[in-house]
Design a protein around this ligand. Sequence first.
Ligand code: NDP
Ligand SMILES: O=C(O)C1=N[C@H](C(=O)O)C[C@H](O)C1
Length: 252
Amino acid sequence: MTPPLSVAVLGASGRMGAEAVEAVSAAADMELVAALGRHDPLEKILEAGATHVVDLTVPDSTEANVRFAVEHGLHAVVGTTGWTDARRADLSALLERQPGTGVLIAPNFALGSVLASAFAATAAKYFESVEIIELHHPNKVDAPSGTAVRTAELIAAARAEAGVPASPDATETCLEGARGADVDGVRVHSVRLRGLVAHQEVLLGGPGEQLTLRHDSFDRASFMPGVLLGLRTVASRPGLTYGLDGYLELGR
Ligand SMILES: NC(=O)C1=CN([C@@H]2O[C@H](COP(=O)(O)OP(=O)(O)OC[C@H]3O[C@@H](n4cnc5c(N)ncnc54)[C@H](OP(=O)(O)O)[C@@H]3O)[C@@H](O)[C@H]2O)C=CC1
Ligand SMILES: O=C(O)C1=N[C@H](C(=O)O)C[C@H](O)C1
C-alpha cells in the first residue's frame, strides 16, 4: 500500500490555511504532520518529516517559505499571491538545482475558476474588447487578485498569438485609476465588498454583443479539491508549474 503523503500547512490559522488543514486531515491518502503559524520556525516542517508543503500565507513570506521547502527537497503547493515573473524565474532556477522536486503555484485552486480563465483565453481572440472585473472580500491584502493577473496573462497571450489588436479605448481619464489597472494590455477592475468571497467576470465585447464569463467562490471549500489535486500530482511534475490548468486536461 502507498504510504500517505506527509503534508505541512503554512499559514494554518488563516482563512485558507484553516480550510486546508481540515481538507488534508480528512483525506485518506494524506497525513497532516505540521500546521505552522506566522511565528513558527520553518525547521518544524523538517522535524515533522513532511514531504509536501502547502503555502497559504502572505505575499511577503511565500517566496522564502517555498525556497526553504525546495532547498530541502520538499514538494510545494502554493496558493499565496505575489509571485511575479521575476520571483517565478528565480524559483525555476533554484528548481533546476533540485531535480525531482516539484512546485505548483496556483493563482486559483477552484476548478470552475481555472476553467473560466481557460474559456476566456479561448474566446478572447474572437472579440474586439475584453476587460476583467474581480470582486473579493475587503480583508484581501492585495489587488488586483492573482487570478485576475493570470487570466489577463492568458488572454493577452492568446490575443497576441492570433494577432488581435489592442482593445479600442478613446477615453481621456481625468481621475487616475478610473480605467482600472493595465495587466498585459487588459484592464482589470478590483471591487472589495463585505459579503463577498472570491468572484470574477471576464467581459468580452464585439459589435452588438457581449459574452460574460463569471465564476463565484461562495465558500473556501471551493478551493480544496484543487489543493488536494495539487498535492497528489506535484511530486510527479518536477520543476515549476504555474496554474492548476497545467495539471488538467483542458485541451486548448
Ligand atoms: N490560490 C487560491 O485558490 C487562493 C489563494 N488565496 C491566497 O492565499 C493567501 C492567504 O489568503 P487568506 O487565507 O485569505 O489570508 P489570511 O490573512 O486569512 O491568512 C494568512 C496567513 O498567513 C500567516 N502569515 C502572515 N504573515 C506571515 C509571515 N510573515 N510568515 C508566515 N505566515 C504568515 C497568517 O498568520 P497569522 O494568523 O498569525 O496572522 C495567516 O495565518 C493570499 O495570498 C490569498 O490571495 C486565497 C484564497 C484562494
Ligand atoms: O485572497 C483571496 O481571497 C483570494 N485570492 C486569490 C487571488 O488573489 O486570486 C484566489 C481567490 O481569488 C481568492
